[in-house]
Design a protein around this ligand. Sequence first.
Ligand code: NAP
Ligand code: MG
Length: 398
Amino acid sequence: MEKIRMTTPLVEMDGDEMTRILWKMIKEILLEPYIELNTEYYDLGLVHRNDTNDQVTVDSAHAARKYGVAVKCATITPNAQRVEEYNLKEMWKSPNGTIRAILDGTVFRKPIIVKGINPYIPTWKKPITIARHAYGDVYKNAELRAPAGSKAELVITHSDGTERRALIHDFQSEGIVQGIHNLDESIGSFARSCFNFALDQKEDIWFATKDTISKTYDHRFKDVFQEIFDREYKEKFDDAGIEYFYTLIDDAVARVVRSEGGFIWACKNYDGDVMSDMLATAFGSLGMMTSVLVSPDGTYEYEAAHGTVTAHYRKHLRGESTSTNSIATLFAWTGALRKRGELDGNEALSAFADKLEQAAIRTIEEGVMTGDLARLSTLPERRTVDTETFLQEIRLRL
Ligand code: NAP
Ligand code: MG
């Protein structure tokens, strides 16, 4: 068989621990035999990030912007323990945070649905994708405790020195105060990423805030979304036959639970933090959750939603057999290859990505799966296989 050629490179961001092992196996077993892989390789493994003073992370994000499509392996976000373990020069920042800041992107998390792994909500037939705004609100707050007898005010000092004030509370007894902010520009980027992704997926998009209570703050989110939609997206949505739907957050959660799925749910920062964990759990396994960072200018970076699966890596290092689910990492690759194919008019590449996904899903639906899925599956006959055998079984079907 002649290998599929790629005209434009894919930005490849390698990572850490067990997912780094999966990465190599996926390439050797499922990609390189069929594709003349053309990637621009960046090693985001913690050792190399440390060696380059994290410059490699910044370079990889700029490469993603240049070529438009990247695929990323899970990476360690260092904490004090990791600084010691890897003898780091510094506690480097989260690579995902660095890349997201450079691309100004929004993260979309989408579950992969297979027969036998049933969502906890029986009406959910199709995936629900969560989009979380990744700037501001309670994550960039200022907060203080207020003693009895104190007064808390909100003060805005204009550039000419004039002030506007609003009373927060006259504290008769001890209490707490919090100040939060957001930026029209960031909300606008979030809105554009959401609308672009909805067009890309051909799915409706829902957005919800608490604008009835928060008449200035949350209402601004609602207005920015609506203005951008009406001005830049309405016609494109009409042509694609999809819809933008705004509702109150309380109404949204009720509708989500009653829905069949098959839409994108845009959330403010805190709502998205909480709701994405809820959805990931309700849909089944972390090993089946994909993630894609979409920038407002249309750069796509695909990855798994889970981390580096440290516990499995320790077993692997001890020479013990592991059964780590490679589906989310594999689908990061297929997502990136399909997008590369779409952008380059390379139908063979996109078709290969589809076939590889189908082979992977068929493997699980035929009862061959990793331990995390075997624990959840309702299939009467199932066989738990190790990390590499699972990939070989996908190759058989491919
Ligand atoms: P994790 O790697 O997602 O793993 C947590 C647990 O979830 C695992 O111990 C395993 O449970 C299960 N799990 C996750 N993915 C699985 C898979 N593919 N197959 C089977 N089971 C899977 O989270 P963590 O242990 O909290 O974090 C480890 C490292 O990853 C940290 O250094 C963190 O900084 C990093 N991290 C990176 C990203 C990213 O790059 N996007 C995201 C999150 C975390 P059992 O042990 O019960 O089998
Ligand atoms: Mg969370």
